[in-house]
Ligand binder design. Structure first.
Ligand code: NDP
Length: 361
């Protein structure tokens, strides 16, 4: 019973610790993309994700080395931990939504999509959205390490190299997100979404516990003895996806900040423009209209492949989730852009007919 309770409240405690680290550790201050409705000025953010991650992982290592906490404690308490994170997600959703004025729609819609757009606390020191993504990312990383530790403790003589590869690639994914936190300020979540169940519960519970579903499914299984070509292939699929996602996101980030600037000092931007608004159609954005989504799906496939259990459904739930998330999202974003850019978007669709996968979709 004590173990269950400890597991349940573990994510609460970890999130509280991350909050303190985020507030106290040095951070860079940057201007975002979203504007404050009242002042019309761009919102400002304090970002210190990489530092918080490093300190968080060091605390986990210290707890393991000192014997304060078994290396695979988060694995042992994964079910109660996921339940605790779920409950916290629901509580925080209710607190964030119900304390804001209604939007004139149904309460259920408000709870799901939220009422507040870009809430910030402590005089702008903490931005709710960026903090939610940060806690999700750090707990995801700790879960990855603890689940892998369980595998190593269970099979000390013959651990699976696939587990090592999976953790290495996923660590890359987490670090990449945190290192490029600033680029995230220019994405859909920041400018188009509100803070409700989808974002709060998604970050506090789904992100750290579901994203690791591949390792959750196989950490208890013996080494599948994957051939080297499969491991190399999995890494290549992941890295191809990463290049597409990171490349396209960086190109758009560069373009939004300075529409004349060449990407990586080489690729001059080509854009449809009416003198005021601009739609980029060169480089990554000339391959398909959301090649970044293709990149994300490929990364997820690389992760599933790396574990080596090709016929087990568990690892494939992760790429499937991305397909279910990103295909409808592309449709939503397309509608939003068609409305915002009008004729320029039509020209873009004629120039680049593919939504996500070039020559296929
Ligand atoms: P995008 O980064 O593609 O952003 C879409 C917005 O970019 C549009 O609404 C529009 O906004 C602008 N835009 C789109 N096309 C053009 C163009 N050709 N020229 C100029 N502006 C354009 O999508 P998301 O924000 O959804 O995703 C960002 C990243 O996050 C992606 O890599 C995605 O895969 C990833 N992601 C990751 C998730 C995860 O869990 N790991 C979940 C969801 C997304 P405007 O012009 O108004 O600025």
């Amino acid at each position: 019973m004590t173990g269950l309770l400890a597991g349940f409240f573990a994510p609460w405690l970890i999130y509280a610790g991350i909050f303190v680290l985020h507030v106290l550790l040095p951070a860079r201050r940057v201007k975002g993309y979203v504007r404050d409705k009242r002042s019309g000025k761009r919102l400002r953010y304090r970002l210190n994700g990489p530092l918080v991650l490093v300190v968080g992982v060091m605390a986990w290592l210290a707890a393991g080395y000192s014997g304060l906490m078994p290396w695979d404690w988060l694995w042992t308490h994964r079910w109660s931990g996921a339940a605790g994170a779920c409950a916290l997600g629901l509580l925080v959703t209710a607190a964030v939504v119900l304390t804001a004025p209604g939007r004139g729609g149904s309460l259920l819609a408000d709870l799901y999509f939220g009422r507040r757009v870009n809430p910030q606390m402590l005089n702008g020191r903490v931005d709710a959205k960026m903090f939610l993504y940060l806690v999700g990312a750090v707990l995801l990383q700790l879960n990855l390490l603890s689940f892998a530790a369980h595998h190593f403790l269970t099979y000390p003589d013959d651990p699976s190299p696939g587990v090592v590869l999976y953790v290495a690639l996923f660590t890359w994914f987490v670090c990449d997100y945190l290192i490029f936190e600033r680029v995230h300020l220019y994405t859909y979540d920041l400018f188009a979404e509100r803070v409700g169940f989808k974002l709060v519960w998604g970050c506090l519970s789904w992100y750290p516990y579901f994203y690791v579903v591949g390792l959750w499914s196989v950490a208890d299984l013996a080494n599948p003895n994957s051939p080297a070509w499969l491991l190399v292939g999995a890494a290549l699929v992941f890295l191809t996806g990463w290049s597409l996602a990171r490349g396209s996101n960086m190109q758009k980030f560069t373009f939004k900040r300075d529409p004349e600037k060449s990407f990586l000092g080489r690729l001059a931007p080509k854009a449809f423009s009416d003198g005021e608004r601009r739609v980029l159609y060169s480089g990554f954005w000339g391959v398909s209209r959301h090649v970044n989504y293709l990149g994300e799906i490929l990364m997820a496939c690389g992760l599933a492949l790396s574990l080596g259990w090709l016929l087990l459904p568990g690892p494939w739930l992760y790429p499937l989730y991305y397909v279910a998330l990103l295909f409808p999202r592309e449709r939503d974003d397309d509608r939003r852009c068609a409305q915002k850019y009008g004729r320029l978007w039509e020209q873009y669709c004629e120039q680049v007919p593919w939504r996500i996968v070039p020559r296929v979709y």
